[in-house]
Design a protein around this ligand. Structure first.
Ligand code: AMP
Length: 161
């Protein structure tokens, strides 16, 4: 599979680090904290309510599988696991996704400030300054390649992608 659909975006397989039967996970182009990754159903589906039971089970099973590894890999002690479901909840990409955010003591002045960041970090005005804040493909691919090795049963090699 050369690329994955994520709402209006095409996600290159080089930035995807995990795939299950119904779900894929990839690195964020603008992480709120180091290790901020996204988990999505393979089928393009706008809202949580539109998912089948099988997709929901696979999405959350995958989120659980990833969460321990992500927490350890980024030397965090905790995780924020979040979903913005719908326009008034801050969803900006019309394809269900779970945010996994590694957390450390004192990483935000007030603990819940992270939710403001999740809501606002990716507001794009379609001007060049917003785009400059996005990470380059090479940096993202490098991070995904490190993470992929932590899940050897899911990708035996990059060629599988
Ligand atoms: P939300 O605002 O909850 O819909 O979150 C959308 C998330 O997708 C944000 O964390 C963005 O940084 C992230 N994002 C958007 N486009 C891409 C992309 N092409 N590659 C990786 N992450 C993306």
């Amino acid at each position: 599979m050369a690329s994955y659909t994520f709402g209006q975006h095409l996600i290159k397989s080089s930035v995807v680090f995990f795939r299950s039967r119904l779900t894929f996970a990839f690195v964020n182009r603008k992480p709120v904290v180091p290790g901020h990754v996204l988990v999505s159903p393979l089928r393009p589906v706008d809202r949580f309510v539109d998912m089948t039971g099988d997709e929901v089970a696979d999405l959350f099973q995958t989120t659980q599988t990833l969460s321990k590894v992500i927490q350890d890999q980024y030397k965090a002690s905790s995780l924020s696991i979040a979903m913005q479901d719908g326009p008034d909840a801050g969803q900006s990409v019309w394809h269900v996704h779970v945010h996994i955010l590694p957390r450390k003591a004192g990483d935000f002045r007030k603990n819940d400030d992270i939710y403001d960041e999740v809501e606002n970090h990716d507001h794009v005005n379609f001007d060049s300054s917003s785009r400059q804040e996005w990470r380059g493909e090479e940096e993202m691919a490098q991070e995904a390649s490190i993470l992929r090795k932590l899940f050897p049963l899911h990708f035996t090699s990059d060629i599988d992608l």
